[in-house]
Ligand binder design. Sequence first.
Ligand code: ATR
Length: 278
Amino acid sequence: MTQVFGVIGNPVAHSLSPMMHTAAYRETGISAAYVPFHVKNDGLADAVRGIRGLGLAGINVTVPHKITVMEYLDELDETAELIGAVNTIAHDRKENKLIGYNTDGEGYLRSLRPRMRKPLSETRVLLLGAGGAGRAVAVTLARKGVRQLTIANRTLSSAEALAEECGEGVRALSLETAQASLMEFDIVINSTSVGMTPNTGQMPISLEKLSGRTLVSDLIYTPWKTRFLREADKKGAETMNGAGMFVHQGAMAFEIWTGIQAPVKVMERIVVEKLREV
Ligand code: ATR
């Protein structure tokens, strides 16, 4: 029987997940469909009941439901619990259980690893932003033993709260202080929404003090290359956009649902083709 997967969000029409997962099913010979479901805030409880009622196999969760959805699930895996948000639900139909996972942070780390020049335990990271995406990245990096993590945010108190949750040794700074001490870091990650389409002229901080040895990573992938990454290029730094994180969070969801290795290259190819068209 064809299995049905999908993504719930609001908005959801722009999501690249249906195309990416459909390509993965085709490649691996799995008989499945992946559907975008537009779910408004007041429809979330019914939508989750629908996963059970219709016997859907698995669901991705996107903005604005990643936190609120947790209360409707039966179990959370450890990472989802630590991050405090769910982006993937697996439906155990034998036990009639919905289990929440979060593959955003680990997906990001998978996309980062091939670009790292040193082991994580020797890497000093500056993370800009302390919202949902930043949280997943910060918690994951801290848990995986990054040498030093510094979180900078426009609202300093949010950076401080996140740093505290990440554990001992994680620092919080203002964006201004971070900007002035850029050369201390091996990797700089933008997890703020600054620079995203349509505000493509904006940057979260100035890169004037950036060293060419730094890897600059932006979680944004629309536009394909933010102004932040273009300025980093000019400084001779290596750059990466957020498409890899998107692909790997999806690949990990695929693996949780199917138990088989995701065809990452195929998933990546289709996402890159689509995004580069824009
Ligand atoms: P997401 O889920 O995409 O991470 P979010 O949770 O709304 O979205 O978080 C947005 C992040 O971008 C926050 O860190 C936010 O900073 P504040 O905590 O100060 O709001 C940051 N951000 C958004 N607009 C910004 C701007 N114009 N300048 C600096 N930071 C900005």
